[in-house]
Structures are given as structure tokens and as C-alpha cells.
Design a protein around this ligand. Structure first.
Ligand code: CP
Length: 325
């Protein structure tokens, strides 16, 4: 059995974590010895529900569950499930076949932990930022819920990113971290940027700057505590880590305001940094968000981030299992 740090009920945001550093240590201990708690989840079942595509999150969470002795079942709800309704009191005479109120308790009976990936509409800001689906699953399933990326946040990715920064940065001072917007060909959720900002701010162990073109301001509930700098070159100066990510506008919700290629991160952008390590959650549009030379160069941490997804998921599932025992 693992050491009980606290009883984690759900994992939806950083607010579900009492002690980030302790959870990082737990993840690093799993990296050193993946099977040390291989009986913790014996005879327990985890459901992974996908309404949207995934590679890293799907596989890393399955591997993490297996390392803890759990049986993992993946259900592609978008392709194989009934079309769900989320609105309370609605007359279901349209295309939706099943209400979440009816589906969630059944899944709660089948599983011990339920994980869900659901992207935002990028059309209805209120619905997206109220996290309607995740909150209804919590309300009606009766079992712990883990976000595999929701409408507004990607906590397993951000936890991985903190693990990776702590693993790499060995200086006896706070790292300087720059989160930079990058171009993309289509509207992308704000989740990864929101979540990274939320976790870095909650961690409190970094000098943190966010840089983006005007109009790409993120929701201040996540960014408060960070410096906002619209001059990308200035923001990257002396950075130890540059986190690259596209997001669509939060204010003019879901819109693409610019495709300015000057914001694509290249080797030239890194010259003013403190030999910065470069991060991206993947998947990445090569030579749109980041240049080949950066992604394939020594400064890139993207493969380490991807690999660390297993240990982040394993630490989280372990905490939930400990809390449920
Ligand atoms: N970073 C990430 O969540 O990757 P996937 O979309 O492939 O799961």
C-alpha cells in the first residue's frame, strides 16, 4: 500500500491537491519503481471515457492503472456511446438519446474510478467555463472523477509539467518560466494554458510570465499571480523554461485573432533566454507553433514530458485509491 498523503476525492484541478510538492515526490517515486504498489488497485476497475481524441493521456493513464493493479476499460463515448443530454428538465425530443443523469449512475456502478476527456464547444463560453459535463458526472456517478482534459483545464498535463520542471531544474533559486502563445491553423481550447498557469501559480516556486498577442488574455481566475507581457522577446529574456502553446481567444470567445508567424518559437527566439528548455504538451504542429530545429534540438523536453505522463497519472490514481480504502 502507498503512503496516505491525503484523501483525494476527484482530480479536476489543482484545487484537488493539498500538497503539490508531496504529489510530485510520489510521482518521482513511481518513476523509480513503477510496480511498488502493484496490488493497491487489485480488484478495482477504472473507466476511461473519451468524447475527443487522445494518444498520450489515454495510454499513460491505462499504463498507470495497470501499474497499480487496476483493470482499465476504455470507452469512446463519442463513437460508440449514445448521444448524451446534459440540460436539466429538457424535453428530449431532439438528437440526444440518453441523459447524463441516467448514464452516470450506471457507470458509477460499473467502475471504482471514472476518467473523462471532453473538449469545450468554443462557442458557448458559459457552458464551457461551468464545466457542465464534468460537474454532472461528479454529481450523478457517485465515484471519484479524474479529468483527462476538460473544457477549461488539463490537470494531468500540468501536474506532469511541474514534475518535469522540478526534475530538470537543479539551481538553488526559483526558475523563470515563460508561457508563450504560438500560432495555429484553427481554434484551439484554452485548457492547457489555463491549467499550466493555475498550477505554476499554485506551486508558487517560479517567476512566471505569460506572453501573447493582445486579445489573447486568458481568464484571470487562472493567470492571477503571473506577469503578462505582450512583447514576446522581452518575456523570453533570461527564461529557464519556455512553454509553447496555442490557444484561441477567451474574450472574443473561441476566435483566432492572428496567424502571425513571428510568434512561432525558433532557435532565434531562444538566444535571449538562459539556455532555456522548451516545453509543449503535444500534439504539436511542426513549423507552425515550433520549428523543427527547436523540437529536434537539445533544448526540447517534449519527450520527457510525454514519458512523465505515466507517473503523474499513477500518483493521482494512487492518492484516490488510498483515499477510498
Ligand atoms: N498532451 C495530451 O494530452 O496528449 P493527448 O491529446 O494525445 O492525450
Amino acid at each position: 500500500m502507498g503512503t496516505l498523503l491525503y484523501a483525494m476525492k476527484n482530480f479536476i484541478s489543482v484545487h484537488d491537491v493539498d500538497n503539490i510538492d508531496a504529489l510530485v515526490q510520489k510521482a518521482i517515486s513511481y518513476k523509480a519503481d513503477p510496480l511498488k504498489d502493484r496490488l493497491l488497485g487489485a480488484d478495482k476497475r477504472i473507466g476511461l471515457l473519451f468524447l475527443n481524441p487522445s494518444m498520450r493521456t489515454r495510454l499513460s493513464t491505462q499504463i498507470a492503472a495497470r501499474n497499480l493493479g487496476m483493470e482499465a476499460i476504455v470507452f469512446n463515448m463519442d463513437k460508440d456511446g449514445w448521444k448524451l443530454e446534459f440540460e436539466e428538465g429538457v424535453v428530449m425530443d431532439g438528437t440526444s438519446v440518453e441523459h447524463i443523469k441516467d448514464a452516470a449512475p450506471i457507470m458509477g456502478a460499473y467502475f471504482d474510478i471514472l476518467c473523462i476527456r471532453t473538449f469545450p464547444t468554443l462557442k458557448n463560453k458559459e457552458e464551457d467555463y461551468n464545466e457542465v459535463l464534468v460537474n454532472q458526472l461528479i454529481k450523478y456517478s457517485g465515484i471519484p472523477i479524474v479529468s483527462l482534459e476538460s473544457a477549461t483545464l488539463h490537470p494531468l498535463q500540468s501536474f506532469t509539467d511541474i514534475i518535469t520542471i522540478k526534475e530538470v531544474f537543479k539551481e538553488p533559486r526559483k526558475p523563470r518560466i515563460a508561457l508563450t502563445w504560438a500560432p495555429h491553423i484553427k481554434p484551439i481550447p484554452q485548457c492547457v494554458a489555463n491549467s499550466f498557469a493555475q498550477w505554476v501559480n499554485a506551486w508558487g516556486e517560479a517567476d512566471f510570465v505569460i506572453t501573447h498577442p493582445e486579445g489573447y488574455e486568458l481568464d484571470t481566475q487562472f493567470t492571477n499571480g503571473a506577469t503578462i507581457e505582450h512583447d514576446q522577446r522581452k518575456a523570453l529574456q533570461e527564461a529557464d523554461f519556455v512553454y509553447v502553446k496555442n490557444w484561441s481567444a477567451f474574450g472574443d470567445y473561441g476566435k483566432v485573432l492572428t496567424h502571425d508567424a513571428q510568434w512561432m518559437l525558433t532557435e532565434e527566439h531562444l538566444r535571449a533566454t538562459n539556455n532555456a528548455k522548451v516545453m509543449h504538451c503535444l500534439p504539436v504542429r511542426r513549423n507552425v507553433e515550433l520549428s523543427d530545429e527547436v523540437l529536434d534540438g537539445a533544448s526540447s523536453l517534449v519527450n520527457l514530458q510525454g514519458a512523465n505522463r505515466v507517473w503523474a497519472a499513477q500518483a493521482v490514481l494512487s492518492e484516490i485509491l488510498n483515499g477510498s480504502n
